[in-house]
Ligand binder design. Structure first.
Ligand SMILES: C[S@@+](CC[C@H](N)C(=O)[O-])C[C@H]1O[C@@H](n2cnc3c(N)ncnc32)[C@H](O)[C@@H]1O
Length: 225
């Protein structure tokens, strides 16, 4: 079956509340492994941008783990950002995270601003992912690293059972399971994302890898000018 692309921003307050609850439940399986991967790659004192930061759990975990780094998060949803700012204040890291409302297709930063650009479970909202990936590469410093992780769309007949089994494992509510099912249907297959990446000269050195059959990562070091 072909892709059924979700809307870009997660704008509505109900959707934001459901999503934020589901993030807490899945943290151990999805978010923490990604944060560990980022921390292995981030240089001391570096500046990191998280694109499509949602309720801001990545910047918060990064800021708590590494006081030396400066973390930035962008999202186009004001409700997500309000949740993120509240969470950062409660966690005592608000002064080290800069959350901004912005479209990932037109990032509000000059070229070569960040040592690392990361994005978690966001790319599947894009109609054409090359526009967002191009922006992420633009704001990276030469020698900086891109690390993107997202859900991978699997054959149609596997989607409902995958969402159900994973949902039961993570203890998602029926609504949270429905949101996850929709996200899988909106995601790229490994073949599709590899084809998009191949079209981008800036990503010619990128590696696209499957992660446990359920996700993929895109990793790239930006070449020297
Ligand atoms: C599924 S959530 C992921 C949030 C977070 N990164 C995480 O790991 O849970 C996707 C987020 O991307 C944001 N988003 C989607 N399209 C966007 C765009 N064009 N620009 C900025 N944010 C976008 C949505 O508003 C939403 O908060």
């Amino acid at each position: 079956m072909s892709r059924v692309c979700e809307a870009e921003g997660m704008i509505g307050i109900d959707e934001v509340v459901h999503y934020t609850r589901s993030v807490r439940k899945r943290e151990r399986f999805m978010d923490r492994p990604f944060v560990r991967q980022i921390l292995r790659l981030c240089p001391d004192g570096g500046a990191i941008l998280d694109v499509g930061t949602g309720p801001g759990q990545m910047p918060m975990m990064l800021a708590k783990a590494r006081p030396d780094i400066k973390v930035h998060g962008v999202d186009m949803s004001a409700n997500m950002l309000a949740t993120a700012r509240r969470g950062a204040a409660e966690a005592g890291v608000a002064d080290r995270i800069d959350f901004r409302e912005a479209d990932a297709k037109a990032l509000p930063y000059p070229d070569h601003s960040f040592d690392m650009v990361v994005s978690h479970v966001m790319l599947h909202h894009a109609d054409d992912p090359t526009v967002m990936l191009g922006e992420m590469m633009r704001v990276l410093k030469p020698g900086g690293r891109l690390l993107v992780k997202d859900i991978r769309r699997t054959p149609d007949w596997t989607i409902a059972p995958t969402a159900r089994i994973l949902g039961a494992f993570i203890r998602y509510t029926p609504e949270e399971t429905r949101l996850y099912d929709e996200s899988i249907r909106s995601a790229f297959t490994l073949k599709e994302i590899r084809a998009h990446v191949r079209r981008m000269p800036a990503l010619r050195h990128a590696r696209v890898r499957s992660v446990q059959g359920l996700w993929y990562t895109i990793e790239c070091v930006k070449g020297a000018l």
